[in-house]
Design a protein around this ligand. Sequence first.
Ligand code: NAD
Length: 481
Amino acid sequence: MQLKNLINGEFVAPQSGTYLDNYDPARAEVYSQLPDSNELDVVLAVQAANKAFTKWSVTPVEARAQILYRIADLIEENLEKLAEAESRDVGKPLALARKVDIPRAAQNFRFFAGQILHHQEASTYAEGKALNYSLRQPVGVAGLISPWNLPLYLLTWKIAPALACGNTVVCKPSEVTPMTAFLLGEILQQANLPPGVCNIIFGRGEVAGRTLVEHPAVPLISFTGGTDTGAKIALAAAPQFKKLSLELGGKNANIVLKDADLKKAVQTSLRSSFLNQGQICLCGSRIYVQQDVYDAFMDQFVSETEKLVVGDPKDEKSFMGPLVSAAHLEKVQQAISQAQQEGGKILTGGQAPEGLPEELKSGYFLRPTVIADLSQCSTLHQEEIFGPVVTVQPFKYAHEAVKAANTSSYGLAASLWTQNLTQAHKLASQIQAGTVWVNTWMNRDLRMPFGGMKSSGLGREGGEHSIDFFTEQKTVCVGLE
Ligand code: NAD
C-alpha cells in the first residue's frame, strides 16, 4: 500500500516520486510506503491552506462545528478499521487502540466543536465613555506536527481546535506511524470538509517538518514530540515570531506514600509504567516509594509486572506489543545496559519475551523492565527513555520525594499516592509539573490546561487554552462620548 499526501482535498503523490518504508513492528517487516515529501510538497500544501483560509475563516461557527461533529461520527463509524491500523502501525495492543486512541480522537473533534459553539468573550462598559469588547480571529495556516506514540489521538488534538477556531492547517504526522493520518484524510473527504482546509504531508521531520516550520506563510506551529526537536523548532520559529506550542518529553515521577492504597497504587503503576510499551509522554518512569512500604509495594509490583503478557498486539491477552521500531528498541536496550554499568539492578525484564510464535520472533519486543539501586544522578533517572523501563527508589520523608521529583530537567506530569488529602494538596503544589495526578493516572479532562514545565514544553492547550492559542485576540474600543 502506497500512501499519498492530502493536498487541496485530493490524494497526490509526492513531487519527487520517492517513498519511505513503513514497518509493522511486531513482524519487523515493511507493509506499506509513505511519501518522502520535499520542500515543494509542503509549499503546495501551504498554498492550498492559504487559499482555503479566505472562506473557512469566515464560515459561521455553527457550520464549522457541524463538520467537526460529522468527522467525530465518521471516526466512530470506522473505529475498528482505525484501531486495527493504529495497532499494526505502532505495535500497540488492538484493545488499547479500540478503547483509548480512537475514541479519544473522536472525542477531540466533538469536544472542540462544542467548545467553539459555547465560547464567549469578555466585554467591558466604561460608564458612558466607552464599550470594549474582545474579538477572536483565526491566526491563519497552522503547522501541526505530531509524534508516533499516539498518532491519531495527538494529531486530532491539534486539528480539531485549529479548525474549530477557523484556521486552515498543514499536518506533518510522524514518518514512523503515518497510517491513521492517511485514513483520517479519507474521513475528512467523506465529511465534506472543504478542499485545502486540512492538508496532510507525509515525510521526514528534517525535510518536510522543517520546511513547514520555516515557511513564512505559516504563523502558528503546534508541535508534540521530543525535547531536542522542540528546541530546533523554537530556534527556527523565533525570528518570525510565530505562535508556538511545544508539548515535549517527560521523565515523570510516581510517588507512593506510606498511607497509600497499595493495591490501587500497584495496579495503576503497572499501567502508568508500561501502557503502550511505556511509550506515553505521561508514563511515570521514576517510581519513588516511602521506605515503610517499599518492600510490600515492590513485592506486588514486580510479581504483577512478571505476569504482564507481551505478545501479538492483535491478541486480546497481550498487555504489551512490540516497541515502535528497531532503532527505538536499540536505544532502550542501550539505556538498560548503561543503567547496569551505573550500578542498577534489574529486578525483572531487560530481555525479549520468551515463547513468541515464529512470525513474531524478529519483532521489536521487550519485557517490562524494573530497575533498582540507581543513584538520583544516574542517566536513567535523568534522561527520557520512552520505553517499558522504570526505576524504583525508596525515600524516607515526603519532602525528599518532592526534591527527587524536581531534580529532573523535565516537568510534564507526576502522580501521588496517599490517603491524606491535606498532604496531597501540599505536595501537588510543590511538584514542578504541568499535571499532578492524585490517586489516579492519565485521567484527562479536555477542559483543563495541558502542557509541561521546564524542558517538557511551552504553553498550554486544552479547553479555553486551545482557543487562546489558535486565535488572535483583539480589543475593540468604541467611544461613546
Ligand atoms: P520526534 O521529536 O522525533 O518527532 C516528532 C515529530 O517531529 C515527527 O513528526 C517528526 O517527523 C518531526 N520532526 C523531527 N525533526 C523535525 C524538525 N527539525 N522540524 C520539524 N519537525 C521535525 O519525536 P517522536 O520520537 O516522534 O516522539 C517521541 C517524543 O514525543 C518523546 O520525547 C515524547 O515524550 C514526546 N511526546 C510528548 C507528548 C506531550 O504531550 N508532551 C506527547 C507524546 C509524545
